[in-house]
Write a protein that binds this ligand. Structure first.
Ligand SMILES: NC(=O)C1=CN([C@@H]2O[C@H](COP(=O)(O)OP(=O)(O)OC[C@H]3O[C@@H](n4cnc5c(N)ncnc54)[C@H](O)[C@@H]3O)[C@@H](O)[C@H]2O)C=CC1
Ligand SMILES: O=C(O)C(=O)CO
Length: 320
C-alpha cells in the first residue's frame, strides 16, 4: 500500500505527479491561499508524510492530530514554523531547503540595499504620479552604497553571499555571528564585530539570522538607537527579529535613513500597518527566494527527500 502524503498548497502538477509512484497524494487545491487550520488538522489525521510551506505551523496541536506522521518536508530553509522539539518527542523527521536559495536571496538583499539607499521605489512613484518637472541637483538624492560599511548579523550561507556581493561594491564588511568565520576573514577581509560595534559603525545593517527564541526581538529600540541617523536596516530573514513598532518610531523620528523589509511579524502585513505609511520603507511580500529557477530548485529538493523516503531510503537536510 502506498504511503499517504498531504500537500498544504497547490504545487505545480509536473512537480507533484512523479511522486504518485510512491504516494497516495491529497493536496489543498488553492495556490494562493493558506489552508484553513481546521481543514489542515482534519487532513493530517491519516497522513504519514506532510509537505508544508513556511506559512503552515507544524506544532504540538498539529502533531496531536497526526498520529501516523513520520516526515515533514518544509518548502523553505527557515524552519521557525516547525516546532522541532515537539517533532523530536514524537520521532517525526523534518527536512528543509538549505543552499539552493542562497544566491537568489542574497541578490534580493542587494536589491533592497540599492532600493533604500537610492530611493528607487519612491523615485518611480514620483515619476508615475507626474511629479517630475525638471532635473535639479538635490532631487531625490540618496546615499552611496559603494564604499560604505555594511554590517551583517548572521554570517551563514546567505550572510556570506551578501558579504561577497558587498565586496563588489567596495564596501567594508563587518559581521556578527554565533562563531567567527576565520576563513572568510582571511580570504575576503571581512571583519568580526560585536553586535554593538556593528550597529554603531555600519551604514547598512543586514539581518540574516534564523528566527528563534534567541533572535526574537534581537533588534529593538535600544539597538536601533545605536545605529547612525543616516543608516539603513535591511531584514530579509524573519519579521519577529526586528521590533516593528520600535523601527517605526525610530524612522519617524528621523533616527534612521530607511528600512528595507522582505519579511514581517505578521504575513501578509496589515495594510494599515504604520510602517507602510513611511516613504523610506521599502516593503516586499517575502520574495527573497522568488526566482523561477530557485523556487523550482526548492520544490525539487523537497521532491528528492520525498522520493528517498518513498523508496525507503534515508532523507537528507534533516532539521530534527
Ligand atoms: N526572505 C526570504 O525569502 C528568505 C529568508 N531566509 C531566512 O534567512 C535565514 C538564514 O538562512 P541561511 O543563511 O541559509 O542560514 P544559515 O544557518 O546558513 O545562517 C544563519 C547564521 O546566523 C547565525 N546566527 C544564529 N543566531 C545568531 C545570533 N543570535 N546572532 C548572530 N548570528 C546568529 C548562525 O551562526 C548562522 O551562521 C533563514 O533562517 C530564513 O529565516 C532564507 C531564505 C529566503
Ligand atoms: O526559505 C526560506 O526560509 C524563505 O523564507 C523563503 O524561501
Amino acid at each position: 500500500m502506498k504511503k499517504k502524503l498531504f500537500i498544504t498548497r497547490k504545487f505545480p502538477a509536473q512537480i507533484v505527479e512523479p511522486l504518485r509512484e510512491y504516494y497516495d497524494i491529497s493536496q489543498w487545491d488553492e495556490e494562493e491561499m493558506v489552508i484553513p487550520r481546521d481543514k489542515l488538522l482534519a487532513a493530517v489525521a491519516d497522513c504519514e508524510v506532510l509537505w508544508v510551506t513556511l506559512a503552515d505551523q507544524v506544532n504540538e496541536e498539529l502533531l496531536s492530530h497526526a498520529p501516523n506522521l513520520k516526515l515533514v518536508t518544509n518548502l523553505a530553509v527557515g524552519y521557525n514554523n516547525i516546532d522541532v522539539q515537539a517533532l523530536r518527542k514524537r520521532g517525526v523527521m523534518a527536512t528543509n531547503t538549505p543552499g539552493v536559495l542562497t544566491n537568489t536571496t542574497a541578490d534580493l538583499v542587494m536589491g533592497l540595499l540599492l532600493a533604500t539607499a537610492r530611493r528607487i521605489p519612491e523615485s518611480e512613484r514620483y515619476l508615475r504620479e507626474g511629479k517630475w518637472k525638471s532635473w535639479y541637483p538635490m532631487q531625490l538624492v540618496g546615499k552611496d552604497v559603494s564604499g560604505a560599511t555594511i554590517g551583517i548579523i548572521g554570517m551563514g550561507r546567505i550572510g556570506q553571499a551578501v558579504a561577497r556581493r558587498a565586496k563588489g561594491f567596495d564596501m567594508k564588511v563587518l559581521y556578527n555571528n554565533r562563531r567567527r568565520r576565520h576563513e572568510a576573514e582571511e580570504m575576503y577581509g571581512f571583519q568580526y564585530a560585536s553586535l554593538e560595534e556593528l550597529l554603531k559603525q555600519s551604514d547598512f545593517v543586514v539581518i540574516m539570522t534564523p528566527y528563534n527564541n534567541d533572535t526574537e526581538g534581537l533588534i529593538g529600540a535600544e539597538e536601533l538607537a545605536l545605529m547612525k541617523d543616516d543608516a539603513v536596516i535591511i531584514n530579509a530573514s524573519r519579521g519577529g527579529i526586528i521590533d516593528e513598532l520600535a523601527l517605526y518610531d525610530t524612522l519617524k523620528e528621523g533616527k534612521l535613513w530607511a528600512a528595507g523589509l522582505d519579511v514581517f511579524e505578521q504575513e501578509p502585513i496589515a495594510m494599515d500597518h504604520p510602517l507602510l505609511t513611511l516613504s523610506n520603507v521599502v516593503a516586499l511580500p517575502h520574495i527573497g527566494s522568488a526566482s523561477l529557477e530557485t523556487r523550482t530548485a526548492m520544490l525539487m529538493l523537497n521532491v528528492k527527500e520525498l522520493t528517498a523516503y518513498g523508496q525507503g531510503k534515508a532523507v537528507t537536510n534533516r532539521i530534527d
